[in-house]
Design a protein around this ligand. Structure first.
Ligand code: GLV
Ligand code: MG
Length: 347
């Protein structure tokens, strides 16, 4: 067994010290861009201020004959832009692909100091993280990268879900996880062709009300179990959980509902695959102004966070104080980034 202190020793001589805490960052949407697309790359400077995280996608959805151009395009974009408060992430190809090694070695060599997080697809167990952790340490040492590059795992195989706790605890380099509903559906043998969202056949039929009386099928969320399991694993290990992609760009309401379920269950953000999903994620993953004002009332009424008070007919105690603090802390991070939300919250 690895002794606790060993987790905080660099895995290569000259690599930066692993972090004990995650950097505090607002990550309501992880906005995907295809780095081989010159037109989109040219628009990145205006995009940077409008999103919390920009991610160059090298994996699925990038054609095989564009894999190298995407990697090169990402490096060019990383070097050509200043990202300020906006996170710069990359989704590399998966560990057993012919592109993974060059993705990681070339990107860390050319832009390691600009890169915050590497998203690793199809993580199946802690062994995947251990390998990647060591490799990143070697590359950080070789290229004198000053701060540790974090790992974000995509939870998108049945085996990965079975091992989710071990993945979360595999390294201090872990940033968090995203649910990947498309690959996960395939890996589990689910019978759907959608990328996230519900399914009209997955539901609960109300009780029979008598001969010939129609009965309603109430749709259920097929992702509920996995999102909740991922949130528990992530929060237990001090990581952040994210809902991943929502593929139907023609149904903003369904996208919003899926994002909102994730937000309420504890997720910090979701992926935006289309510019229209940026605003949806901003709206959903910024706490509601009325909720924030009520949470502020709770904190003000219980300055030391203990005891019991009644506010608007509702009982508050130490536990609701903690709930309120989650909401107000997030609202303060949103307000620091967004003057309109600052005003809406009354900060
Ligand atoms: C995302 O990568 C997914 O498979 O849903
Ligand atoms: Mg996937």
């Amino acid at each position: 067994m690895k002794p606790p202190r060993k987790f905080y020793e660099p895995l290569a001589i000259g690599a930066p010290q692993p972090r004990r805490e995650l950097p505090v960052a607002l990550e309501r949407m992880i906005h995907f861009f295809p780095p081989h697309n010159d037109k989109l790359r040219a628009r990145l400077p205006e995009m940077i201020g409008n999103v919390d995280v920009l991610l160059g996608n090298l994996e699925d959805a990038i054609p095989i004959d564009a894999k190298e151009a995407a990697r090169k395009g990402f490096i060019d974009a990383a070097r050509a832009n200043e990202f300020g408060e906006t996170g710069l992430w990359v989704r590399v190809n998966c560990l057993n692909s012919p592109w993974f090694l060059d993705d990681v070695t070339e990107i860390v060599a050319a832009a390691g100091d600009k890169l915050d997080v590497v998203m690793l697809p199809k993580v199946e167990g802690p062994w995947d993280i251990h390998f990647f952790d060591q490799l990143l340490a070697q590359l950080e040492a070789k290229h004198k990268v000053g701060k540790p590059i974090l790992i974000h795992a995509i939870l998108e195989t049945a085996l990965g879900v079975a091992n989710v706790d071990a993945i979360a605890g595999a390294s201090p380099r872990m940033h968090g996880m995203s649910l990947g509903p498309a690959d996960l559906a395939a890996s589990r043998g689910m019978k759907t062709t959608r990328v996230g969202g519900g399914h009209p056949f997955y539901g609960v039929l109300e009780d029979a009300k008598g001969e010939g009386v129609p009965r309603t099928l109430f749709q259920q969320d097929p992702w509920h179990y996995t999102v909740a399991k991922m949130v528990d694993a992530c929060q237990s290990y001090g990581l952040k959980a994210f809902y991943g992609p929502f593929g139907d760009f023609s149904d903003d309401a369904a996208c919003e509902a899926q994002f909102r379920n994730a937000f309420l269950l504890g997720c910090a953000g979701a992926w935006s695959l289309h510019p229209r999903q940026i605003e949806i994620a901003k709206r959903v993953f910024s706490p509601d102004a009325a909720e924030v004002k009520f949470a502020v009332k709770i904190l003000d009424a219980m300055p030391d966070g203990s005891g019991a008070v009644m506010i608007d007919g509702k009982m508050q105690d130490d536990a609701t104080w903690k709930q309120a603090k989650v909401i107000v802390d997030l609202a303060r991070r949103v307000a620091a980034r967004d003057p309109a939300m600052k005003e809406a919250y009354g900060f």
